[in-house]
Design a binder for this molecule. Structure first.
Ligand SMILES: C[S@@+](CC[C@H](N)C(=O)[O-])C[C@H]1O[C@@H](n2cnc3c(N)ncnc32)[C@H](O)[C@@H]1O
Length: 256
């Protein structure tokens, strides 16, 4: 089943509190700590609506964003046209991160907000890691975040909902997760209603199957794809050690 089709129209509203600038600060902190040279060019795998591409471009990087969803990319393009007028514009391209071949390399590859978690089989995961490796020179950095298995199994995904008021309308999102321990996945069922007063204007349902990962599994998969894991920590907290309450795991790897 396709994801980020109808969901795309609600994406920026639903994640309006996500602090992309702080996440780009964290990326820059990683660059300054682990990069062998100056990072100038960045490939964003699964760039979505450009949440990182646009601030990184504004900070002076040459950024290429790739995503499978035309709907997400078209939002990214519109936002980038407005936000990056006098700057070098980022490049957006539709593609599948399991078989992308841009035939060039970048100083860093990033894949943010659990994009790698959408690769639920080992074959797909390896394919995407090899794509990341192919777009880096030896010594280049690959940075991503995923759901951290120990936290998923400790806290357990739960039913939840979120209500957002926007432009006189109300967006209500219900989430119903189903955990599959054998496959390390959660089927996240999203149901979104757009309401005006008591009237339902729009209704969208999508199931996103998300994989969660254990640290040693990540290290192993990275090594199989030609990387060396440099750093694993709670997302946005590079100095801290991981524990079973950290749902988001940040990974820094170096191309061998
Ligand atoms: C949770 S969103 C994250 C978007 C963006 N990185 C952010 O931080 O806002 C996951 C994105 O991954 C993309 N994606 C999932 N699987 C993909 C694949 N195989 N190839 C390319 N993009 C993919 C989706 O279309 C979606 O835009």
């Amino acid at each position: 089943m396709s994801v980020f089709v109808d969901y795309a129209q609600f994406y920026d509203v639903l994640y309006q509190e996500k602090n992309y600038e702080a996440e780009c600060d964290s990326l820059e902190q990683i660059f300054s700590r682990y990069a062998k040279g100056t990072i100038m060019s960045i490939l964003d795998l699964g760039c979505g609506t450009g949440g990182h591409v646009i601030p990184l471009t504004r900070r002076g990087y040459r950024v290429t964003g790739v995503d499978l969803s035309e709907e997400m990319l078209s939002k990214a393009q519109i936002k980038s046209n407005a936000a990056c007028q006098s700057l070098d514009k980022p490049t957006f391209q539709r593609g599948d991160i399991r078989n992308l071949a841009l035939n060039k390399t970048f100083d860093a590859v990033v894949s943010m907000f659990a994009v790698i978690g959408y690769l639920t089989t080992n074959d797909d995961l390896q394919a995407a890691l090899r794509v990341a490796r192919k777009h880096l020179q030896s010594g280049g950095l690959f940075i991503f975040d995923v759901w951290h298995g120990p936290a998923v199994l400790t806290e357990r995904p739960m039913d939840r909902y979120k209500i957002i008021e926007a432009d006189g309308e109300r967006i209500v999102r219900f989430v119903h997760p189903e955990l599959d321990i054998l496959h390390h996945t959660v089927d996240v069922q999203y149901r979104i209603l757009r309401l005006k007063d008591d009237l339902v204007l729009d209704e969208v349902s999508e199931v996103h199957t998300m994989r969660f990962f254990f640290p040693q599994e990540i290290v192993f998969h990275l090594e199989c794809a030609g990387f060396r894991a440099l750093h694993l920590s709670p997302f946005l907290h590079l100095e801290e050690s991981l524990n079973e309450r950290d749902w988001n795991l940040a990974v820094v790897a170096e191309a061998c």
